[in-house]
Design a protein around this ligand. Structure first.
Ligand SMILES: [Zn+2]
Ligand SMILES: [Zn+2]
Length: 332
């Protein structure tokens, strides 16, 4: 199979042929049709994760099951599936026993089985979700990380009818967060550093767009504040500032990997009963809900597609903030 290998950190990925994998018990082999490029792949590229070189990244796959490993009974060859991050918990720890395998310290992911920047990939059957009929592979792919993560973030913020949701950082994750919030009938505000995105963000469902300077929190307060901030930015400074734009009882949900410690003003945290919480891919029902919103046309991922041979071009555009809004590698 053709695959994009990370052979050295911070170096271009090498696209070449490697042996086809065979699914073990409980696993499936997937013919990958599309694979989204996530900011986390850049962290892998830069050596943030303790991964053994060489490896294939990619954790937003959408494809067709080509082969079943022993003991797989629920999935069938030919099923259209995607794979999420934590595919299988150990089944024995407290988190797994409580039904939260995503919280398992030894949960298996693409880091164990290999990622989706390749024509074929292995996955645990328990990590596969059926793609609804009518949803194209390239539209489904970003839902398996960006969509799942942001829908969980929104649900974890416990939104109530009439509340106002601000999305901080409107890229691959944020442009979906914005659409999910709008699809749920919530009032939406987009906070971006790029003034030229204003028109596009209104088209994506933002009732208001704030072009943030040095103090997005003040800009948000001046614009009336928000009950919920869904943050996908990597800037710890922007997070701290924007936290102060929350209304009383507001919830700030951090879904990015910031570039440092988050320094929140304790007065703002305490008075007004504000909350800061982290969120990643949580309840499986969040992924299902996100896919359904794409299937019924309420949410439309905005994509740039690239062949595998141009994966480095896509990666560089992502790194320099040029992608609108998700780069997807199309294998087929
Ligand atoms: Zn991701
Ligand atoms: Zn476990």
């Amino acid at each position: 199979m053709r695959a994009a290998l990370i052979e050295k950190f911070n170096e271009p990925w090498q696209v070449r042929d490697i042996p086809d994998p065979k699914p073990g018990p409980g696993q499936v082999l997937i013919k990958v049709h599309a694979s989204g490029l996530c900011f986390t792949d850049l962290h892998a590229h830069h050596g943030v994760f303790p991964l053994k070189l060489p490896f294939v990244a990619g954790h937003e796959p959408a494809g067709v099951i080509a082969e079943l490993g022993a003991g797989v009974t629920d999935l069938r060859v030919g099923d259209r599936v995607g794979v999420f991050w934590n595919q299988k918990g150990c089944g024995r720890c407290a988190a797994c026993q409580a039904g939260n395998s995503g919280g398992c310290p030894t949960a298996q992911s693409w880091m164990n089985l290999g990622g989706s920047n390749s024509e074929l990939m292995l996955a645990w059957a328990s990590g596969c979700e059926l793609i609804p009929d009518g949803v194209a592979f390239e539209a489904a792919a970003p839902i398996f990380c960006a969509g799942y993560t942001t829908m969980s973030g929104l649900r974890n913020a416990d939104p109530k009818p009439g509340e106002r949701v601000a999305v901080l950082g409107v890229g691959g994750l944020g442009h979906l967060a914005l659409q999910f919030a709008a699809a749920l009938g919530l009032e939406t505000v987009a906070i971006t550093g790029q003034a030229n995105k204003k028109g596009e963000l209104k088209e994506l469902g933002a009732a208001e767009v704030i072009v943030a300077g040095d103090d997005p929190g003040k800009a948000l307060r001046d614009a009336g504040g928000a009950d919920i901030v869904l943050s996908t930015t990597n800037s710890a400074k922007q997070i701290a500032s924007t936290f102060a734009g929350l209304r009383p009882r507001g919830r700030f949900v951090n879904m990015g990997l910031p570039d440092g410690a988050i320094m929140i003003d304790p007065m703002v945290l305490m008075f007004g009963q504000r909350q800061l919480r982290g969120s990643s891919q949580d309840e499986r029902s969040d992924l299902y809900e996100a896919l359904q919103l794409v299937a019924n046309g309420k949410v439309k991922p905005v994509l740039e597609t690239y062949p595998l041979a141009k994966v480095n071009e896509a990666r560089e555009r992502l790194e320099t903030g040029k992608v609108r809004y998700r780069a997807v590698i199309k294998h087929v």
